[in-house]
Unconditional design. Structure first.
Ligand SMILES: Nc1ncnc2c1ncn2[C@@H]1O[C@H](COP(=O)(O)OP(=O)(O)OP(=O)(O)O)[C@@H](O)[C@H]1O
Length: 475
């Protein structure tokens, strides 16, 4: 079915590529190079979908978004940003955008956003709960990689609600930062955000820390004390290291979530509390659930909206931006010039098992060592030996885990259909090419090495390298 699409972008190559893609799909396409022109076009011919660049000459895209919502309230607006950051994502969602794309994006992403927009259009009228009246900037979360763009989008979408969020990711990937951003962009932002670092509690006192205790509840409880959940009333509790919560405390936590009531240790009365729980874990909680170490009912209650942070080694393109951000924080005068290209390449090649935290610490160390000069690889500390995948096979397995999570996250609620095939197709060319390289292109030997029939190897070469002339001729 043909729909009407309006592209508001002053970058001609982008507008041209989008126009071509949509015209090929038989949609009616109009292009405007300014917001002002786009608004006139939208008034004359109300579009179904609008692609709206944020950076435009004259009126900027985010202002235009508000105007478009009045002019063409039924249009689904996809906001395009130069370098997506959390603030733009939040503002786009706040302004009622259907989705946002960060440049550079694949045409397929734009086509996919359009399909989703058109199928959701009747349900999604753009009426969303408003976020902040004023800008409450969270601690900056740096990330231009596609996986961090997905994270930003998810934060922006979930922040206004009361939904429990479970943030997963290795240690040092920024889980607490994300929790802070969710709170700072939620209607609860004027109330406290109370972090509860469960792993740091005395194991015997976890219950009292969370729920409080009455006077005399246990030896040493000389005075009644409110727990963290009560202290966070009206706000958000950030439950870090969820997997460390003992089973009996888990049961009590579930009651809090179900009834919004806490009962202090040793007490018989319940007190009402209104808290949102954002939790985090670096452990594989679903296997803890399988092993009976974590209650599945609590897991489902807390995991209403998952957000996964990929390890730094899977988003190395963020490293230059993170480096600049941290050096600025450390007061290095010209952070961009302080990191020569060879140092960036060196930083990108390190595995960073401690993720962004380790990168930040290493940069701080290097900034001191370099004494104000450019940062060179020799200024950095030895790589940390902190826990992280060691063998390549383990890394591969961990990458596959990350990959599945990312795929699921990117589909935003839609069910994946061909994960296995997609994974095979993602790695098979590398296995094939490297084997062939190792055996100097000898297909017979390659087939033996791979444990495949020669005809299968030939088929794979044809599949992944259709341009290759087949010396064996037709089968
Ligand atoms: N994307 C990011 N941009 C800027 N700073 C970041 C980013 N990610 C992490 N950091 C910084 O790295 C450090 C570690 O982040 P954080 O404490 O949020 O990680 P975490 O995943 O909660 O770690 P843990 O599991 O060990 O508690 C913090 O100083 C945080 O500010």
């Amino acid at each position: 079915m043909s729909h009407s699409i309006l592209i508001i972008d002053d970058e001609e190559p982008i507008a041209w590529a989008l126009r071509r893609a949509f015209e090929r799909d038989k949609h009616r396409v109009a292009v405007a190079a300014t917001a002002e022109d786009g608004l006139v076009k939208a008034r004359l011919h109300p579009p179904d979908v609008v692609f709206l660049d944020v950076k435009l000459p004259g009126m900027d895209g985010l202002t235009a978004l508000g105007e478009l919502k009045k002019t063409a309230p039924n249009a689904a607006v996809v906001v395009i940003t130069a370098h997506g950051n959390l603030n733009t994502a939040v503002k786009a969602v706040e302004g009622g955008a259907f989705d946002y794309l960060a440049k550079p994006f694949e045409l397929a992403q734009a086509v996919d956003a359009t399909k989703r927009a058109l199928s959701n259009r009747s349900e999604d009228t753009g009426a969303r709960e408003s976020l902040a009246e004023e800008d409450h900037s969270p601690d900056a979360i740096i990330g231009r990689s596609p996986s961090m763009q997905t994270v930003f989008k998810r934060i922006a979408k979930v922040a206004p609600s009361n939904a429990c969020v479970l943030i997963t990711g290795e240690s040092g990937t920024g889980k607490e930062l994300v929790a802070r951003a969710i709170h700072a962009n939620s209607p609860r932002r004027h109330k406290p955000l109370v972090p509860a670092h469960v792993a740091a509690f005395n194991p015997n006192l976890v219950e009292s820390e969370l729920f409080g205790h009455v006077k005399g509840a246990f030896t040493g409880a000389e005075r009644a004390r409110d727990g963290l959940l009560k202290l966070a009333d009206g706000g958000t509790v950030f439950l870090d290291e969820l997997a460390d919560i003992p089973l009996p405390v888990q049961a009590k936590l579930l009651r809090v979530l179900e009834r919004q009531e806490v009962q202090a240790v040793g007490g018989s009365d319940s007190q009402t509390v209104d808290v949102r729980i954002v939790s985090a874990t670096h452990a594989d909680l679903s296997s803890a659930v399988r092993e009976g170490k974590f209650r599945h009912d609590l897991f489902f209650r807390l995991n209403v909206y998952p957000i996964h942070l990929p390890p730094l080694r899977d988003r190395v393109d963020d490293i230059p931006f993170l480096a600049e951000h941290f050096l600025r924080k450390f007061g290095v005068l010209n952070p961009a010039g302080a990191v020569p290209a060879e140092t960036i390449a060196f930083l990108k090649s390190r595995p960073w098992p401690g993720n962004v935290r380790e990168l930040r610490n290493a940069l701080e160390h290097a900034a001191i060592e370099s004494r104000g000069g450019p940062l060179r690889p020799e200024h950095f500390p030895e790589p940390s030996t902190a826990a992280g995948p060691v063998s390549l096979t383990e890394r591969l397995r961990s990458l596959a885990t990350e990959w599945v999570r990312e795929q699921v996250q990117q589909l935003e609620g839609e069910e994946p259909a061909d994960l296995h095939l997609k994974l095979i197709e993602a790695i098979e060319p590398a296995v094939l090419d490297e084997t062939l390289r190792q055996v100097d292109g000898n297909r017979l030997v390659a087939a033996r090495w791979l444990g495949l029939a020669r005809a299968t190897v030939r088929k794979l070469i044809r599949k992944y390298h259709p341009e290759t002339v087949d010396p064996d001729g037709d089968e």
